[in-house]
Design a protein around this ligand. Structure first.
Ligand code: BGC
Length: 763
C-alpha cells in the first residue's frame, strides 16, 4: 500500500513533490470523455516522468511481433496512442529553466478537485534573493469537449526577474510500448494563423484500418508581459512571451487549446473548427469557460454522488472512482467504450474489454440515463460482423467477441488470451440480460440483442466437443477469468456461462417473430442442438468438498492459501516467474465466484457460501476486477468484514496503490467496483427479479450512506444507516419494491427498519 494524497472527501491534496512521479501523474489524470491526459507538469520535468495525452477513439495498429507465428494471431496489436502534447509551457526565470526535479521550491501544493474537475498546483520558487510564486490551473472542459485550458499565474515575491513563458504544442511523442520506439505520427500541417496550430496524422498502416488526423490549436491570452516571437519547427509550434517583473508584479497566461480530429470533422475543416472553439473560449473568458465546466460537473454529481458519513477515506475513494469514470466515458459517442486505462496510460492497448459488460454496464445502468447506457449495447451490436470474423480466424463458426478491440476485430496478441479467453463471449450476452432485466424493456433484446445471442450461441455450439467416454459436452483449451492458469480444460465458469448463453438464447428465440427467425436462419434442429448441449454440459464438481471445481485439474495442485505467502512475495506477478505462477493454486481474480456473481439468481446461498469459503482464501486479487465480486458476494453472505475489506480494496485500489502498478495508469474499468460494492453489496440491490429488491445494511465503519438510482424512468434516493433504510422517490411514478423479502410501494417516501429480524428473514 502506498498513499500519496491526504484524506479529504472531495479532493486529492498533497504537499509533497513525489519521487515516484509516475504514480502522482496517474492519480492526477483528468479527462472529459473526448480526451484526457496524465498529471504531467506544464513546464516539463527532467527526471523520470510519463508524458501522456490521449484522444478517445484515436489509435494505431502496431504490427504484431512474435517469434513463432501461430495461425489465428491478430495481425496487429491495437494501441491507445500518445497524441500531441498540448499542455506544455516552458518557464524561464532569468534564463534558468524551471524544473521541479532540481529547483528549490517551498509551499508546494498539488490538488485535484473532484467536485469541479480542476487540477491545480502552486509553489514558491527560490534562488538566491529571488522568490517567485506560481499557480497552475488546468481542466479539460466538460461543457465543450474539444477544449482544454491551462491558466498560469506568476508573481514575484522578492527581487526582480526576467520572465519568459513559452506555451507550445509538441507532436514529437512516442508510446512507451511501441515496438521500436517509433513514432505513430506524421506531421501534416502547422502554422501560426489564425492561432498557432499543429496537424498530425497517424502513419499509414498495411492493415487497412482508419488513419486519424488531429489538429491542436492554442489561443494564448497574456497579461503582464508581451509576446516577442514564435517558433515553428518539426512537429512543434510555440509562442514566446518575455518581460521584466519587479517585486509584487504579476503575470497571467491562459492557454486555450482546441483539439479536433478526423473522427468528427473532415480534414479540410479542421482549422476553421479549431479556431471557432478558441474564439468562443476567448470571448467567454477564463472565468466563463471555467464556470460552464463547473456547472456540468455539478449536474453529474447531482445525479450520481454517493455520500458516506463517518469515513472520509471511503468517501474519497468512491468519489475518485466516479470522477475518473465520468472523465473517461459519459456515453456521448456510441463509437466509444471504456478502456482499462482510460486517458491515464498506455498499458493494455485496446479500447474495449469484457470489463465493460462485467463492471461498467451494471453501474451505468443506474447512474446514467437510458440513452447513455444503451450506447454500450449498440456498440457491441455494431461490431457483430467483426465478431464473426474473429471466430472464422480461429476456424470456428458463430461470433467471437474480442478480448481487446477498437473496431470489433481482436487486436491482442497473446495466444493464451486471444485464442483461449473465450469466456468473454458470455459476458456480452450477460450484458444484454442485465440491461433487459434492469429496464424491463425487451425491445432491444428481441430486435438487436437476439442477433448477438444467436451469433454467440453458434460459437459455443461449435467450440464444445462431445466426450464419448463421459457422455457430456466439454470445452478444452481455455483460459478462464483467472489468468494465472492457461490452457485448462473445462473451466467451470466458461462451461457454466456457455450453457447459460445457450439457454438464454433459446428462451429468447421463443419470443421473436417469424421474420426475425427467418432473418437469422434459425431452425428447430439448431435450437434442439443448443438444448442438448446446455443440458449435457460437463461442469466439474467435487462431491467430497462440495464445491464447483475451477477446472479439471485444479484440485491436483498443491493447494495453499494466500496467508502462507510472505509479504515480500506479493504481488506474485511482480515477484514470481510465470512458470511458478501457472503451477500455483493462487487465483488472480474471481473465477468460479465470477459465475456465482453473474448468475446470482441460479445458485443457493449454501452453494455460494461453500465456494466463497473455498476460493476466496486462495485469491490474490491481482486483477482489479476481482475485489468487487468478492465484496458483493461477501455482503450477500453476511461476511461484513470481508465485504468492507474488499470495498476498500476496490474503491481505493489506485489511491492506495494496492497492486503496486498504478504508476502505469489508473484501473478505470474496475472503478465501478466501489459503487457496485455499495449498491449491490451493502444495499443488496438486485434487479433481475420482476421487482427491484434491496437487503441493506450499513458497514460498522460508517454511520450511513446514500446514493441515487435511475430506474425505469424514475429517480430514487436511497439512504441507509444502522437502524433504517429510507427511500425517496425524487421523480417518476410510484414503484413496487421488495425490501427484506417484503413488497412495499414507494410513493414519495418509505422507510424500513434494519433489524435482526429482517436480516434473519433472509436466511
Ligand atoms: C484481467 C482481465 C481484464 C484486463 C483488463 C487483466 O489483468 O485479468 O480480466 O479484462 O486485465 O482490465
Amino acid at each position: 500500500m502506498e498513499r500519496l494524497f491526504e484524506i479529504n472527501p472531495w479532493k486529492l491534496t498533497s504537499n509533497k513533490l513525489e519521487k515516484n512521479k509516475r504514480l502522482q501523474e496517474s492519480l492526477t489524470s483528468i479527462g472529459n470523455g473526448y480526451m484526457g491526459l496524465r498529471g504531467n507538469f506544464e513546464e516539463g520535468y527532467s527526471k523520470d516522468t510519463h508524458i501522456g495525452t490521449y484522444i478517445a477513439g484515436v489509435w494505431f495498429p502496431d504490427k504484431t511481433k512474435v517469434g513463432w507465428w501461430k495461425i489465428g494471431y491478430p495481425d496487429y496489436f491495437g494501441k491507445v496512442i500518445n497524441a500531441t502534447n498540448f499542455i506544455p509551457v516552458d518557464v524561464y526565470i532569468n534564463d534558468h529553466k524551471l524544473d521541479l526535479s532540481k529547483d528549490q521550491i517551498d509551499q508546494f501544493v498539488l490538488e485535484l478537485d473532484m467536485k469541479q474537475g480542476i487540477l491545480t498546483r502552486s509553489f514558491i520558487w527560490e534562488k538566491n534573493d529571488l522568490r517567485v510564486a506560481f499557480r497552475f490551473t488546468r481542466f479539460v472542459s466538460a461543457s465543450v469537449k474539444e477544449l482544454a485550458v491551462v491558466n498560469i499565474k506568476v508573481q514575484v515575491i522578492k527581487g526582480n526577474a526576467q520572465l519568459s513563458l513559452i506555451p507550445f504544442m509538441d507532436g514529437n511523442v512516442v508510446n512507451e510500448d511501441s515496438n521500436y520506439q517509433e513514432s505513430f505520427w506524421d506531421e501534416i500541417n502547422k502554422g501560426s494563423s489564425p492561432y498557432p496550430f499543429l496537424t498530425t496524422r497517424t502513419k499509414e498502416n498495411p492493415f487497412g484500418t482508419e488513419q486519424f488526423t488531429v489538429t491542436t490549436m492554442m489561443g494564448n491570452q497574456i497579461k503582464g508581459i508581451r509576446k516577442q516571437r514564435e517558433q515553428i519547427k518539426s512537429m512543434y509550434v510555440d509562442e514566446q512571451f518575455h518581460g521584466s517583473l519587479s517585486v509584487g508584479e504579476e503575470v497571467e497566461l491562459t492557454k486555450f487549446i482546441s483539439v479536433i480530429t478526423s473522427r468528427d470533422v473532415s480534414d479540410q475543416d479542421h482549422i476553421e473548427k479549431a479556431s471557432q472553439v478558441i474564439e468562443l473560449a476567448i470571448a467567454n473568458g477564463w472565468e466563463g469557460v471555467l464556470h460552464d465546466h463547473k456547472e456540468e460537473w455539478d449536474d453529474r454529481w447531482n445525479n450520481a454522488d454517493v455520500i458516506i458519513t463517518g469515513d472520509d477515506a471511503s468517501q474519497q475513494g468512491i468519489r475518485f472512482n466516479i470522477f475518473q469514470l465520468f472523465s473517461t466515458y459519459y456515453g456521448e459517442d456510441p463509437r466509444l467504450n471504456v478502456g482499462p486505462k482510460g486517458f491515464t496510460g498506455e498499458k493494455y492497448g485496446g479500447a474495449t474489454y469484457w470489463d465493460t459488460e462485467a463492471c461498467i454496464l451494471p453501474m451505468y445502468l443506474s447512474v446514467t440515463n437510458e440513452e447513455t447506457f444503451k450506447q454500450l449495447l449498440v456498440y457491441r451490436h455494431n461490431q457483430l460482423d467483426e465478431a464473426y470474423v474473429n471466430a472464422k480466424k480461429q476456424g470456428l463458426e458463430g461470433a467471437l467477441y474480442p478480448m481487446v478491440t477498437f473496431t470489433g476485430i481482436e487486436c491482442h496478441n497473446e495466444w493464451e488470451i486471444t485464442f483461449e479467453e473465450i469466456h468473454r463471449n458470455a459476458a456480452i450476452a450477460h450484458g444484454i440480460f442485465n440491461y433487459t432485466t434492469y429496464t424491463g424493456n425487451e425491445s432491444y433484446l428481441l430486435k438487436q440483442g437476439i442477433d448477438i445471442l444467436v451469433g454467440i450461441s453458434r460459437f459455443w455450439a461449435n467450440r464444445v466437443h462431445y466426450s464419448e467416454s463421459n457422455k457430456q459436452y466439454m470445452i478444452h483449451g481455455v483460459t478462464g477469468p483467472n489468468e494465472y492458469e492457461n490452457n485448462v480444460s473445462n473451466n467451470w465458469y466458461t462451461n457454466t456461462m456457455a450453457a447459460w448463453c445457450l439457454d438464454y438464447t433459446r428462451e429468447t428465440v421463443d419470443k421473436i417473430g417469424e421474420d426475425k427467425w427467418v432473418e437469422l436462419g434459425l431452425s428447430n434442429p439448431e435450437i434442439e442442438n443448443w438444448r442438448e448441449i446446455s443440458q449435457n454440459m460437463y461442469r466439474p464438481i467435487s462431491e467430497e468438498l462440495d464445491v464447483f471445481i475451477q477446472h479439471d485439474t485444479f484440485l491436483d495442485k498443491e493447494l495453499r492459501t494466500v496467508d502462507t505467502l510472505e509479504p515480500t512475495e506479493r504481488p506474485i506477478n511482480q515477484n514470481w516467474s510465470w512458470d511458478k505462477i501457472l503451477r500455483s493454486p493462487f487465483i488472480k481474480q474471481a473465477d468460479v465466484l465470477q459465475g456465482l456473481y453473474f448468475l446470482n439468481h441460479m445458485f443457493t446461498r449454501e452453494e455460494k457460501e461453500r465456494n466463497f469459503n473455498f476460493y476466496e482464501p486462495m485469491t490474490v486479487h491481482e486483477s482489479s476486477l476481482s475485489p468487487l465480486v468478492h465484496s458483493i458476494l461477501a455482503s450477500e453472505l453476511g461476511k461484513t468484514d470481508k465485504a468492507f475489506e474488499m470495498y476498500e480494496r476496490t474503491a481505493r485500489l489506485d489511491l492506495d496503490n494496492y497492486n503496486n502498478d498504478t504508476e502505469d495508469g489508473l484501473h478505470i474499468t474496475s472503478m465501478s467496483g466501489g459503487w457496485l460494492s455499495i449498491v449491490h453489496g451493502f444495499a443488496g440491490m438486485r434487479t433481475y427479479t420482476k421487482e427491484l429488491t434491496f437487503t441493506p445494511y450499513c458497514p460498522d465503519h460508517w454511520q450511513g450512506y446514500e446514493f441515487k438510482l435511475n430506474y425505469r424512468g424514475r429517480l430514487l434516493k436511497v439512504k441507509v444507516n444502522h437502524q433504517l433504510v429510507e427511500f425517496y422517490l425524487e421523480k417518476g411514478d410510484p414503484l413496487n419494491m421488495v425490501v427484506f423479502n417484503r413488497t412495499v410501494t414507494l410513493k414519495e417516501y418509505h422507510s424500513v427498519p434494519i433489524n435482526k429480524r429482517n436480516a434473519e428473514d433472509l436466511l
